[in-house]
Design a protein around this ligand. Structure first.
Ligand code: AMP
Length: 305
């Protein structure tokens, strides 16, 4: 995978093995030790884990890392252990050449692009896994995607151990995932700062997602309703116009009435603890998951104060 010509052509070092990754990390550490860069107040290594099929949402995380860190590393790995057997692992979009070009344009130093065998050499059944607390994973997306957050915590834990970044960037778009990762880092004393980045949306309000390409024209036109309903619930309940439980119920009914749409959940939670809320107050996040045809979409809006 890592060929000299690829590196010269794009300026991005494509690394595919743990051994090469560790070597790169050691070289960065050694270079840093012999320079005064740490004293300039910049973090050294910024890391953006992704599953590829990069879009403007991913690129916003990458650009933030580029602004704040000396070295930027992006992982591209479609993680099989976070997909349930009935989910879309085999048809998950894979666009490596395009991702490489985007990373090159954004000044990424390294793409880590391991194979499944490199990540899980003993196979998935022989893998030591990271299990986040039930109180965080046994709700919202976790109820509809059994095993998902164990898969996410395990792969992110492994990647953080391999890359040893100073800062790792995650989108608020996957709000429960961000909560799981923050909690794992706290509970396991992992030496990394986790930074959440606000959701990037299309002009019509639809949160950008690699899965949006699978929406039919009609469902793509309908999908921005998710964000519209979330914003209404946030605004109406925080302003006191409508009780939170009533605003949520109205939103659920509106969504359920749409043809081809199945609501999985629409809930409000404390944005720090993710505890369910019945009364509106900041910090509050309103989250939704719904299937538009076969395509599962998630979104959330947050009032931090
Ligand atoms: P994924 O490739 O879907 O695993 O996403 C990789 C990272 O990009 C995760 O931290 C996501 O939360 C983040 N991300 C995906 N879509 C968006 C978006 N529309 N806005 C902000 N971050 C995003």
């Amino acid at each position: 995978m890592k060929t000299p010509s690829q590196e010269t052509r794009t300026g991005v070092n494509v690394i595919t093995t743990v051994a090469d990754l560790k070597q790169w990390r050691m070289a960065v550490r050694n270079a840093q030790a012999s320079s005064n860069s740490a004293r300039k107040g910049q973090a050294t290594v910024g890391f953006v884990p992704t599953m590829g099929a990069l879009h403007e949402g991913h690129m916003t995380l990458i650009r933030k890392a580029r602004q704040e860190c000396e070295k930027v590393i992006v992982s591209i790995f479609v993680n099989p252990i976070q997909f349930a057997p009935n989910e879309d692992l085999s048809k998950y979009p894979r666009t490596f050449e395009q991702d490489l070009a985007l990373c090159s344009e954004a000044g990424v130093d390294v793409i880590y692009h391991p194979s499944v065998e490199e990540m899980y050499p003993r196979g998935q059944d022989e893998l030591t896994k990271i299990i986040p607390p039930e109180s965080i994973i046994n709700r919202l997306c976790g109820l509809f995607r059994p095993g998902h957050f164990v898969g996410v915590a395990t792969v992110v834990g492994k990647l953080l151990n391999m890359v040893e970044p100073d800062i790792s960037y995650f989108g608020e778009k996957d709000f429960q995932q961000l909560a799981v990762v923050k909690r794992m880092v706290q509970d396991l004393d992992m030496p990394v700062k986790i930074v959440g980045v606000p959701t990037v949306r299309d002009r019509d309000g639809l949160a950008l997602s690699s899965r949006n390409v699978y929406l039919s024209k009609e469902l793509r036109e309908l999908a921005p309703i998710l964000n519209k309903i979330l914003c209404e619930i946030l605004e109406q309940s925080l302003s006191g116009k409508t009780r939170l439980v009533d605003a949520l119920e109205k939103g659920r009914r509106e969504l359920a009435a749409l043809p081809a749409v199945t609501v999985q959940y629409l809930e409000a939670c404390d944005a720090d603890s993710l505890e369910a809320l019945t009364e509106a107050r900041a910090p509050m996040v309103v989250l939704v998951a719904a299937k538009f045809g076969d395509v599962r979409l998630i979104d959330n809006v947050i009032a931090w104060k």
